[in-house]
Design a protein around this ligand. Structure first.
Ligand SMILES: Cc1cc2nc3c(=O)[nH]c(=O)nc-3n(C[C@H](O)[C@H](O)[C@H](O)COP(=O)(O)O)c2cc1C
Length: 184
């Protein structure tokens, strides 16, 4: 089969696929808070993420505190929109929990992959609730460790979540032909 044949077909559509295909990052938020039910839902979707050996080597911080948000702006080289979001999720990996079963591969690879899967669930769930988010990964690890008082945890992402202010802008992607190889 050739990639061109696949790309000629009409792709399937449903609500889940629409959520995945319509998600885009946002960096401007209204002041509208999230409801407790929304936060509960977001937590459940992270909890259900797959993880190697079901070790669940992650921890979720939910930050409403404005002073802590401002410190996270500094830790992330001045990414001010973190402090404008009504809530920031900080998601950390616990490499030792994966290392206990899988050694170095668990610590270096699985714990980060597992945590990234939880983060993607969070962002897609936010999109499906009509919220928006942005993955912030550019921060000084040690500063975030100190701000959140982390012990044996590696901060993987800061995710501001809220209601979008302004229009959605979809970013471009490389063509599928360029990023796909078919081995018949
Ligand atoms: C690992 C990772 C780190 C990222 N770090 C940042 C960041 O520090 N600041 C930021 O504004 N966006 C950050 N992003 C968001 C990307 O810029 C964004 O996902 C990409 O441009 C594609 O746009 P989209 O999410 O709207 O599709 C990061 C995304 C990932 C996956």
């Amino acid at each position: 089969m050739k990639i061109q044949e696949i790309l000629k077909t009409q792709p399937e559509t449903n609500e889940t696929l629409a959520t995945i295909l319509n998600r885009s990052s946002c960096r401007r938020f209204t002041s509208q808070e999230l409801t407790s039910a929304e936060i509960h839902t977001l937590l459940l979707t992270m909890q259900r993420a797959p993880s190697a050996g079901n070790r669940q080597p992650w921890h979720f911080y939910i930050i409403f505190n404005q002073e802590i948000k401002e410190k996270l702006v500094e830790a992330s080289h001045g990414q001010k929109f973190l402090a404008d979001a009504p809530v920031v999720f900080a998601i950390t990996a616990k490499p030792s929990e994966s290392a206990a079963r899988y050694g170095d591969r668990g610590a270096e690879l699985y714990s980060i992959q597992d945590t990234a899967a939880a983060i993607q669930n969070l962002m897609l769930a936010a999109e499906s609730l009509g919220l928006c988010s942005c993955w912030v990964g550019a921060f000084d690890d040690q500063t975030v460790v100190e701000i959140l008082n982390l012990d044996e945890q590696r901060p993987v992402a800061l995710i501001p979540i809220g209601h979008r202010e302004g229009k959605t802008v979809m970013t471009k992607r490389k063509p599928l032909e360029e990023i796909t190889t078919i081995l018949d």
